[in-house]
Design a binder for this molecule. Structure first.
Ligand code: SRM
Ligand code: SF4
Length: 583
């Protein structure tokens, strides 16, 4: 890609200037890390660090107090680990647990895109944290930034042979679309860090350090993408990855449990800005079918189409969903076929039935078992009530299969042999992992991080949602709906990190203690919801939802989902396209 002139750059979003000056993601990060006078990075470096999987944050609970004391904010960093398909080994689990307890705030956050997030890292500890993550043969490359993010993949305990094959594609697509410049290794993985690493440093780590300096990006070019880019792979009938929320999706088409190819989806994205109707969530379109061995080529060409055509002036209009909406699906198909040099086939039939996780033990192939655990809002910590972090550490010590972070912020203990199952069962009981006593509403709930770490939060989410669910559970029980799964999600702002615009009951934060209430999302991720009430507090939320839930309990038709019922009963209009979201 040809370098832009200063005049050209001046017309673009500031992010483009930062990429230009950043010299393939290096910027002045090395100097910023060494500056002892502040806990922060220089402004441009804070933007570039995202491409390395690092977000600069400050503890928002302490903001006012520190301002009063004339201190700089309590700067700290969030580190996001790239985990394609959310799959890691028990050894890697133990490594992440150790890193979280050594350098971070002693919690692990499982995210809605199947990654680990570690919060509360001080600037002086960033290098050790990243080096140790890499020593565990994990990394944080491109977990954030204007590049392809963590590739999601369905964690299906029923058809694990097919899962294994689809997962392999998720891993390969993730690797294929990684940035190639060596800034990451130069900045975070120097030899000095290696010498300080714990004894269990894995073989292979040395090789990571040996790559010589590269300043080229064959897929992205110097300016990377106009905005973040997200990919997911789903295996019907489960849509647990919420495929239609992604810029690009691959829906597995299988015969006799063997993968043939993928239906390709394009143009999903969920964010909006309150009060700006030019911003809206959009579900992806199914644009055709490709054979499985063409998936990488399709992914690369679609990424390049967005690289060349996405809006680099207005970041609020820069996601692929707007490129597609503005130019049309037919344009995309034509452009894609032209670049591929062959034509995509018409999409094949597929059916999704749900988008949640399946709890409890499930028998898979090869005499192995899988158990999905409900992890409220993905937060793993030790509390007086529940020593969850310790429990999972003890399980990892005896487990010889894998762990899979689900796209609903839960955790699957995968590939447990019949011999090990009783030991794991005993630990689950000892550490009180009880999914059975929960309502199906709670088991299908999800909230984003929000306060105190997220700089964009307008209202509480993860810290508040469980107490709202306590109140809603009472209504659910009165209405006899304990066993009826209803997708319920909350976000602390309209960016959509817990995909609340896809929920049957969605909350989006507006201000402290105030939320917009949305109803009518599709049970398997096939329909956006609609604004029902604006800027309401907890009392109003409970008052609004009580009669609707009771009526649903009494008047629903056999098999009718809550999201479908509220449309039939006239509470909200059906949203059939992202552009109609605000109508
Ligand atoms: Fe997100 C920004 C957390 C999934 C849309 N997201 C953020 C940041 C990094 C805030 C920031 O930019 O300063 C949040 C960090 C909070 C913290 O303290 O940890 C954050 N997003 C999360 C996570 C951890 C939510 C969770 O509770 O699990 C998810 C991590 C994903 C991962 O592991 O890669 C997460 N974010 C999502 C999703 C859901 C998805 O991808 O399926 C979305 C909506 C889908 C989409 O992208 O359209 C999402 N996050 C955003 C946006 C809006 C993007 C846009 O199109 O405008 C932002 C803000 C931005 O990029 O400017 C954002
Ligand atoms: Fe932060 Fe908003 Fe994302 Fe929640 S939805 S984590 S408040 S950016």
């Amino acid at each position: 890609m040809i370098a832009k002139t200063p005049e050209e750059l001046a017309k673009l979003a500031d992010a483009e200037r930062i990429k230009d000056a950043g010299n393939y993601l290096r910027g002045t990060l090395v100097e910023s890390l060494q500056d002892p006078l502040t806990g922060a990075l220089a402004e441009d470096d804070a933007q570039l660090s995202k491409y390395h999987g690092i977000y600069q944050q400050d503890d928002r609970d302490l903001r006012d107090e520190r301002r009063r004391q004339k201190l700089e904010p309590r700067y700290q960093f969030m580190v996001r680990i790239r985990v394609p398909g959310g799959v890691c080994t028990p050894m890697q689990w133990l490594d992440v647990d150790r890193i979280a307890n050594t350098w971070c705030n002693r919690t692990i956050r499982l995210t809605s895109r199947q990654t680990f997030q570690l919060h509360g890292v001080a600037k002086r500890n960033l290098k050790s944290t990243i080096a140790e993550i890499n020593a565990a043969l994990l990394d944080t490359i491109a977990a954030c930034g204007d590049v392809n993010r963590n590739v999601m993949c369905h964690s299906n305990p029923y058809q694990s042979r097919l899962h294994a094959e689809v997962y392999e594609y998720a891993r390969r697509i993730s690797e294929h679309l990684l940035p190639r410049a060596t800034a990451y290794h130069e900045i975070w993985l120097d030899k000095a860090e290696l010498s300080g690493l714990p004894a269990q440093t894995k073989p292979g780590y040395e090789e990571l350090l040996s790559s010589s300096r590269k300043d080229e990006e064959p897929i992205y070019g110097k300016y990377y993408l106009p905005r973040k880019f997200k990919i997911a792979l789903a295996v019907p009938p489960s849509n647990d990855v919420d495929i239609f929320a992604n810029d690009l999706g691959f829906i597995a088409i299988a015969e006799d449990n063997h993968l043939l190819g993928f239906n390709v989806t394009a143009g999903g994205g969920l964010s909006l800005t309150h009060g700006e109707t030019s911003t809206y969530p959009r579900l992806a379109d199914v644009i055709g079918y490709c054979l499985k061995n063409k998936a990488l080529q399709v992914a690369e060409e679609i990424v390049k189409i967005q690289r060349d055509n996405g809006d680099r002036i207005n970041r609020k209009h820069a996601r692929f969903k707007y490129t597609l909406e503005d130019r049309g699906v037919e344009w995309l198909k034509f452009e894609l076929n032209r670049r591929l040099g062959w034509n995509m086939e018409p999409a094949r039939p597929f059916i999704f039935e749900h988008s949640g996780d399946r709890y409890g033990w499930v028998e898979g192939a090869n005499d192995t078992w899988h158990r999905t655990l409900f992890i409220p809002n993905g937060r793993i910590a030790d509390t007086d009530d529940h020593p969850m972090m310790t429990g999972l550490r003890e399980i990892a010590k005896v487990h010889d299969g894998d762990f899979r972070i689900t796209a609903n912020q839960n955790l699957l203990i995968g590939q447990v042999s019949s011999e090990r199952k009783p030991a794991i069962d005993a630990l689950l009981e000892q550490y009180r992992f009880t999914d059975t006593g929960q309502t199906a509403l709670r088991l299908n709930s999800m909230a984003c991080v929000a306060f105190p770490t997220c700089g964009l939060a307008m209202a509480e989410s993860e810290r508040y949602f469980p107490s709202l669910l306590d109140k809603l559970d009472l209504i659910i029980k009165q209405a006899g709906l304990q066993r009826d799964p209803i997708l319920i999600r909350m976000t602390g702002c309209p960016n959509g990190c817990a995909r609340s615009v896809l929920a049957e009951i969605g909350f989006i934060g507006k201000a402290p203690g105030k939320y917009n209430l949305y109803l009518g999302g599709g049970f398997y991720g096939q329909r956006l919801n609609k604004l029902y009430r604006e800027n309401i507090n907890e009392e109003q939320i409970v008052a609004e939802l009580t009669p609707i839930l009771h009526r649903y309990g009494r008047e629903r038709e056999p098999g009718e989902r809550f999201g479908d019922f509220v449309i039939r009963a006239g509470y909200v209009k059906e949203v059939s396209a992202g552009k109609d979201f605000h109508l």
